[in-house]
Design a binder for this molecule. Structure first.
Ligand code: ADP
Length: 407
């Protein structure tokens, strides 16, 4: 089945066209046909990037794109021009990445008016994402009224967390009244690498405990017990938890009050500070990009070193905490731009974890792109697995339409 995977944001639309079916899922041979994005939607000089995977044709256009409908129409036109889709090989379904499903969605589901209404109700929880995700759906529906569409949520995987993990120690009525609780995000990525680990090793889902670290611009870590998420580091919003590119992760909530009083900062000033000016960028004063910081550290930049040390230290503490939460861990998995590529970060993070049973193999850690990087003596396996969120969205879209159960 040819599936159009859409990630529709406020000023950008990312897409992939993926061919998948049960046999391809089982043999891990889903086929990426095209990929690309439209950036700066709303501007005269929006950028359209498009790649046909088979022919390696790459195109980049700078032109006015004022709305999401134009952006998606341009993508479809390029797919047709390149003869990747057409009358004899049409798009058969559309899968949407939806950031917040609140407590209502614990799995991917068909996009209906009712689904859209619930996603709309969740806007209050993700005002920067859900409205734009929905725009992607409404435009797709207009362009392809007869195609089945599926919603795949970042939060759904974590709906299995028990109350002791998802509640904040605030007055209980705030949970009931305002749904203030931890939801977790990056569920598509955590789920993908957990599945991939079991697929490669043949481990049984119901008997496998994993800790998965998604380290990209946003970072989160998840404890997976017998196949289900039992704790994760992001909370009610994607601000909580690990140190990220520009986000602070965990901090004493009283700092917010202090800044508002002492610096007379407004709520939007503080939001901007914590979301956009903090994390690796805030500490280093230089960059949110781990590659850049690693280069600066080698050149002797002390603040870049500090940012990296803090990043790894926070992550190590979480691995310790989740090891305790799970009791027994079969494998620790690194993924995301940093997790997949930065062997130095994996090495620094695993320092001092030997006592907990995690021993990295230095050579494997440098060399392996997908597979085990732990030493034979390691009680717990350590793995690196490249994530592929788009493929999981395509697979869920296929399985949801056909009513095939999926994990
Ligand atoms: P996003 O969360 O936006 O999908 P990615 O998963 O692509 O982001 O991760 C981006 C991060 O990965 C950046 O900090 C980038 O520096 C880092 N990264 C990518 N490649 C490497 C590399 N080879 N070595 C170190 N860090 C890398």
């Amino acid at each position: 089945m040819k599936i159009f995977v859409l990630n529709s944001g406020s000023s950008s639309v990312k897409f992939q066209l993926i061919e998948t079916d049960q046999q391809r899922i089982d043999s891990h041979s889903d086929l990426r046909l095209a990929t690309g994005l439209v950036e700066r939607i709303g501007a005269e000089d929006a950028i359209i990037s498009f790649e046909s995977v088979a022919t390696r044709d790459f195109e980049r256009h700078v032109q006015a794109v004022f709305d999401h409908k134009t952006a998606i129409s341009k993508i479809i036109a390029l797919l047709e021009q390149h003869e990747i889709v057409g009358k004899s090989a049409p798009i058969e379904a559309i899968g949407h990445r939806i950031v917040h499903g609140g407590e209502r969605f614990s799995a991917s589901c068909l996009m209906t008016e009712e689904t859209a209404k619930v996603i709309e109700d969740c806007i209050v929880l993700a005002p920067l994402h859900n409205p734009h995700n929905l725009k992607g759906y409404y435009v797709s529906k207009e362009l392809f009224p007869n195609l089945p569409q599926v919603a795949v949520f970042d939060t759904a995987f974590h709906q299995t967390m028990p109350p002791e993990a998802y509640l904040y120690a605030l007055p209980y009525h705030l949970y009931k009244q305002h749904q203030i609780r931890r939801y977790g995000f990056h569920g598509v990525s955590h789920r993908y690498v957990a599945y991939r680990y079991r697929q490669i090793t043949g481990a049984e889902r119901e008997k496998t405990n994993l800790i998965t670290c998604h380290l990209g611009n946003g970072c989160s870590i998840t404890a997976i017990e017998n196949g289900i998420s039992v704790d994760t580091s992001m909370g009610m919003t994607p601000l909580e938890g690990l140190i990220m590119g520009t986000r602070s992760g965990d901090l004493d909530a009283a700092i917010v009050i202090y800044l508002m009083l002492q610096e007379e900062m407004s709520s939007s000033d503080v939001t901007n500070l914590l979301m956009k000016q903090s994390g690796l960028f805030g500490i280093s004063g230089e960059s949110n990009d781990m590659r850049q910081l690693m280069t600066s550290m080698v050149q002797g930049n002390a603040r870049a070193r500090l940012a990296i040390e803090m990043f790894c230290y926070r992550l190590r503490k979480y691995i310790g905490a989740y090891t305790a939460a799970l009791g027994r861990v079969d494998a620790l998995i690194f993924t995301g731009g940093i997790g997949e590529n930065a062997s130095l970060i994996r090495e620094k993070t695993c320092e001092r974890l030997e006592g907990l049973g995690y021993v990295l193999d230095r050579e494997r850690n440098q060399a392996v792109k997908e597979g085990e990087i732990s030493a034979p003596v390691s009680r717990t396996k350590i793995w690196v697995i490249p994530t592929n969120e788009e493929v999981l969205i395509a697979r869920d879209t296929y399985r949801t339409i056909l009513g095939i159960p999926h994990h």
